[in-house]
Design a protein. Structure first.
Length: 174
């Protein structure tokens, strides 16, 4: 069975007819030629396909495209504004938070979503005091690691990814 869906991808409205079993990742990459989200494991384990779906982190390989008809999808490519990289993207560049770069779009989208979650006060498993107000600028290394644990990097650039997130958290959500 096929269905026609419309998504707003990186600010551009796009429509496509696809099989109702098509994942959001395959719809983006194969049908809309949006290649920023990467297909890593295709099982929701690596995070390479992470996008922001209506402003929240989502593993695109685990979402059916038809379930999100009308949604806003932001990929790492859509985070830049007026030709300037998003603060998280700039931090990754400044701190050399990538090696091969394959996981980087998912890492960046996950980081942006994670910082928004922290700004909204959402605790993580590593949050010591669940009643305290969480602020992105106050996230320690344990918090950052826990909150980003769904994104894997084969190259092991974690030290630099952590450095990219440390200290840039406040400006990334402002």
């Amino acid at each position: 069975m096929e269905a026609r869906i419309t998504l707003r991808v990186d600010g551009e409205e796009r429509s496509v007819t696809l099989d109702t079993r098509t994942t959001l990742l395959d719809a983006l990459r194969d049908r809309m030629e949006v290649t920023s989200p990467k297909k890593g494991c295709d099982h929701g384990q690596c995070g390479a396909c992470t996008v922001l779906l209506d402003g929240r982190r989502q593993l695109a390989c685990l979402a059916l495209a038809v379930a999100h008809d009308g949604a806003e999808v932001t990929t790492a490519a859509g985070l830049a504004r007026d030709g300037e990289p998003h603060p998280v993207q700039q931090a990754f560049l400044d701190e050399d938070g990538f090696q091969c770069g394959y996981c980087t779009p998912g890492q960046v989208c996950s980081a942006v979503g994670m910082l928004q979650e922290a700004a909204a006060g959402a605790p993580s498993h590593a949050t010591a005091d669940l009643t305290a107000r969480v602020t992105p600028g106050a996230l320690d290394d344990d918090e950052l690691r826990e909150r980003m644990s769904g994104n894997l990097c084969r190259c092991g650039a974690y030290v630099n990814i952590l450095a990219a997130l440390r200290g840039r958290a406040g400006e990334a959500v402002s």
